[in-house]
Design a protein around this ligand. Sequence first.
Ligand SMILES: Nc1ncnc2c1ncn2[C@@H]1O[C@H](COP(=O)(O)OP(=O)(O)O)[C@@H](O)[C@H]1O
Ligand SMILES: [Mg+2]
Length: 279
Amino acid sequence: MAPHDLSAPAIRIDGARKVYGTGSTRMVALHDVELDIPAGRFVSVIGPSGCGKSTLLRLIANLEATDAGSVEVFGESPAAACDGKHIGFVPQTPALLPWLNVLHNVTLPHRVNRRASRKRKAGASAARPMPDMEQLLRDVGLGDAMHKLPPELSGGMQQRVAIVRALGLQPDVLLMDEPFSALDEFTRESLQGQLLDLWDHTTATVVFVTHSVTEAVRLSDQVVVMAPRPGRIVDVIDVDLPRPRSAELLTSDEFHHYEDLIRERLQSAWHSPDLPNAA
Ligand SMILES: Nc1ncnc2c1ncn2[C@@H]1O[C@H](COP(=O)(O)OP(=O)(O)O)[C@@H](O)[C@H]1O
Ligand SMILES: [Mg+2]
């Protein structure tokens, strides 16, 4: 485990605000967002398109800065957390290097980081040892694809490679932005199961953005419901279902109860009036 403050929540977002554009193009992407995520939790963020889900993730990943309020990752700024290699990011499209085979794609971040940390001054946090990436690939059924190039793989296989690549860095916080949204339903369900199996072997805190209510319920300890105009959190729902979450659980009454609850909250958020004082 990395030497950070374990008494702090993994992620603390306090009064975060993000505004894009000026004048007629000005838009409040996030308004007064408060959220604490305890370490080791699997949290999903759900809401209609444009409600600021990706913006929220990008603030945590240090890809954007807040205009007001703060974001902390284990008590540090997102920039410090990224420097310390505490954060992994899986984007919506896998973004693999097409000229490198699967094994080289997933080991690349480690090789790059090792070089970077050698150059870093004494006292900088050292990169962690690389786990057995070949085993991780076999665990997600990519044993036979290890020496293939990304264009030779299906979309589902490519996304599995991207997940293994992110997990290989053993991040304390794993951020995933609709990683399964481009996949067919069958592939998606199977990848959800594989992601949960992999996560089970880590201590990572996961923030997972999705459009799918079913996916949010299956994966999460907690579901954060967002609304647009301006982008804001309207509800945080605890999902008290046993783990492991097998595919059979999806047809149970308890599972449907959570799906209905979240759909209802999304509906009422959608129909709630805009917040004029958020401008
Ligand atoms: N770089 C940007 N410049 C201007 N507007 C942006 C930018 N990124 C996002 N937005 C706007 O901010 C709002 C929230 O976007 P986003 O976080 O991508 O929403 P979501 O991921 O929930 O669909 C949207 O209205 C979007 O158009
Ligand atoms: Mg998005």
